[in-house]
Ligand binder design. Structure first.
Ligand code: DGY
Length: 287
């Protein structure tokens, strides 16, 4: 609250909850809260509009970077890369063995993409190179997704969960997507399935994930986000079939630089009385 007082513009992070109280603390001279992230579940945009404050985000520049990290998680989980590295460093490798650290194939498998927005589309597009059968689910079919991801098929949530070897989450955190994957969903998945989450932690019920892994309902999980960051369910830390990263999906030098520039461009536009290029509440200019 102290930090925002008297500022003309604020660049905020996804770790800061920006609500009515914060807008009021910032005061009426503050023109914009420019989020240094594409996801803006940390900001109450309605309250911003009610307080006459602009809000912006950083879409587009992190699409491929985030999709790439989702693939890194998928590969590392399926082929047990992190576990194998730890094994090596622990001096356990005594020579090649037929059954050592066997994982899951990726090429030719069925990929389930939940969320057909920018990042989901970029992620799915990369699967074409691996000859995958690509299923996707969203509120409704997305022609743009199907155009870019040739051969993909829109299916119900249940069909996707039932048929996918890999389920990757690319939806924003909204009231309707909280715990989108929970006990019932894990039960439907194949026991060889791997779930990847690079969206927001609460999209997946983390306690349910622990239960699903303990009961052998799925095979593994690759997480870039957890439900209560920076915390995670302690059981996950003891599971070799789980990879947990500290929310680094957009963390490449190029992308984080672009995100910073974008946030600053939004700030400059707002201070000049113009609609910021990535404004989330342009209706302010009409009121
Ligand atoms: C975002 O932008 O929403 C990511 O989670 C961090 O880059």
């Amino acid at each position: 609250m102290e930090a925002v007082k008297g500022r003309d513009a604020i660049v905020c992070l996804l770790t800061g909850t920006i609500d009515d109280e914060v807008f009021k603390a910032a005061g009426s001279q503050c023109k914009i809260f420019a989020n240094y992230a594409v996801g803006f579940n940390n900001i109450d945009v309605k309250a911003a509009t009610a307080n006459g404050v602009l809000v912006s985000n950083t879409p587009g520049v992190l699409t491929d970077t985030t999709a790439d990290l989702a693939w890194a998680l998928l590969f590392s989980t399926a082929r047990r890369v992190v576990e194998a590295d730890k094994y090596m460093r622990a001096g356990k490798y005594k020579g090649w063995a037929p059954m050592l650290l066997m994982g899951q194939d990726i090429t030719g498998k069925t990929l389930g993409v939940v969320g057909s927005g920018r990042i989901g589309t970029a992620f799915a597009k990369k699967a074409i190179g691996f000859n995958m059968n690509i299923l996707y689910h969203d509120l409704k079919p997305t022609p743009e997704f199907e155009k870019i991801v040739r051969g993909s098929k829109y299916v119900s949530k249940e069909t996707l969960l039932k048929e996918a070897d890999f389920v990757s989450l690319h939806v924003p955190l909204l009231p309707g997507t909280k715990h989108f994957i929970s006990d019932d969903e894990f039960r439907v998945m194949k026991d060889t399935a791997i779930v990847i989450n690079t969206s927001r932690g609460p999209v997946m019920d983390e306690k349910a994930l622990v239960r699903a892994l303990q009961n052998g309902e799925i095979w593994g999980a690759g997480l870039d986000v957890t439900e209560n960051e920076p915390e995670f369910e302690p059981e996950l830390g003891n599971m070799d079939n789980v990879i947990i990263l500290p929310h680094i999906a957009s963390a490449s030098i190029e992308t984080r630089t672009e995100m910073g520039l974008m946030a600053v461009k939004n700030v400059i536009a707002a201070l000049q009385g113009e609609v910021p290029p990535n404004c989330l509440n342009p209706e302010i200019f009409n009121s």
